[in-house]
Design a protein around this ligand. Structure first.
Ligand SMILES: Nc1ncnc2c1ncn2[C@@H]1O[C@H](COP(=O)(O)OP(=O)(O)OP(=O)(O)O)[C@@H](O)[C@H]1O
Length: 248
C-alpha cells in the first residue's frame, strides 16, 4: 500500500526568490515528522501548500496515492494549526469543539458523547461552558486541538503550535500532544525551530534550510548533523553543568 502522504519534486518561488527547492518526503500513518527549521526557511509555505492554501510551482503531492493538487482545502482532510489558535469568540469551548460535527449534521447524542470524551482527554472538562477569552493561551491551544481532532483528520499540519506559550506550558502541551497523538494514531507534520521540541514530539526527523529539506533515517543522524546544532547545544548545557559542579 502507498504511504499516507507522498510529496515529490515540490518547488515554490515568490517572484525571483526560490522558497522551496525540490522537496520530497513520505509519511506513513501514525508518524510524526518533526521538521526543524529557522525563521524564513520556508516552513509555512510548505504547510500551506500541503493544506491547499498555496499552489506549488512544480511537484506532486498525494494522499494514499491520490493526487491532492485538484482537491480543495476543505476536502483534503488535513488540518492546519498554527501559533494563534483560531476559535469562534462567541461560542463556548464545547461549541467550538462541536462545530465540525454540527456542520456535518451529526446526531445530537453522538456530538455530546464525542465532544465530552475529547474535552476529557484534553483536560478541558471544567471549561466546557467558558468563552475563549476566559481561557489561558495553553487552554485555547487545547481547544484548537479539539476542533481539529473531532473531525478525525488524515494529517495534522502544525506550524510552531506552541510558540507563544511559556516554557512550562509548552512542555505540558508537548506531552499532551504525544498522548493524544498516540491514542488517536494521528499522522502529523510538526514544524518547529526548537530542537528539543522536535526530539520530544517526532517519530521521524527532518531539517529545512533555505527551502531544502533533509530527512534523517535515524534520530542519531539528526542529532549529529552539524546543521541542526543539537550537538553544540548539548555541549553548551554539559559545560554549564560541569562549571556549576566545579563551583560547588
Ligand atoms: N506570499 C508571499 N509573497 C512573497 N514572498 C513570500 C510570500 N510568502 C512567503 N514569502 C517569502 O518566502 C520566504 C519563506 O516564508 P515562510 O513564511 O514560508 O517562512 P517561515 O519559515 O514560515 O518563516 P517564519 O518562521 O519566520 O514564519 C520568506 O523569505 C518570505 O518573505
Amino acid at each position: 500500500m502507498s504511504p499516507l502522504l507522498t510529496v515529490a519534486n515540490l518547488t515554490k518561488q515568490f517572484g525571483t526568490q526560490p522558497v522551496l527547492r525540490d522537496i520530497a518526503f513520505e509519511l506513513e500513518e501514525g508518524e510524526v515528522l518533526a521538521v526543524l527549521g529557522r525563521s524564513g526557511c520556508g516552513k509555512t509555505t510548505l504547510l500551506k501548500i500541503l493544506a491547499g492554501l498555496e499552489a506549488p510551482d512544480t511537484g506532486t503531492l498525494a494522499l494514499h496515492g491520490q493526487d491532492l493538487r485538484p482537491v480543495p482545502p476543505n476536502e483534503r482532510q488535513m488540518v492546519y494549526l498554527y501559533q494563534e489558535p483560531l476559535l469562534f469568540p462567541h461560542l463556548t469551548v464545547f461549541e467550538n469543539v462541536a462545530f465540525g460535527l454540527r456542520i456535518r449534521k451529526a446526531a445530537r447524542a453522538e456530538i455530546d458523547q464525542q465532544v465530552t470524551e475529547l474535552l476529557d482527554e484534553l483536560d478541558l472538562r471544567g471549561h466546557a461552558q467558558k468563552a475563549p477569552h476566559q481561557l489561558s493561551g495553553g487552554q485555547r491551544q487545547r481547544v484548537s486541538f479539539g476542533r481539529a481532532l473531532i473531525i478525525r483528520p488524515r494529517v495534522l499540519l502544525l506550524d510552531e503550535p506552541f510558540g507563544n506559550l511559556d516554557a512550562q506550558t509548552r512542555a505540558d502541551m508537548q506531552q499532551l500532544f504525544l498522548r493524544v497523538s498516540r491514542q488517536h494514531h494521528i499522522t502529523s507534520l510538526f514544524v518547529t525551530h526548537d530542537s528539543r521540541e522536535a526530539l520530544t514530539v517526532g517519530t521521524r526527523f527532518a531539517y529545512l534550510d533555505q527551502g531544502q529539506l533533509t530527512s534523517f533515517g535515524a534520530v542519531a543522524e539528526f542529532i549529529d548533523d552539524p546543521r541542526t546544532s543539537i550537538r553544540s547545544e548539548l555541549a553548551f548545557w554539559e559545560n554549564i553543568q560541569q562549571n556549576a559542579a566545579s563551583a560547588c
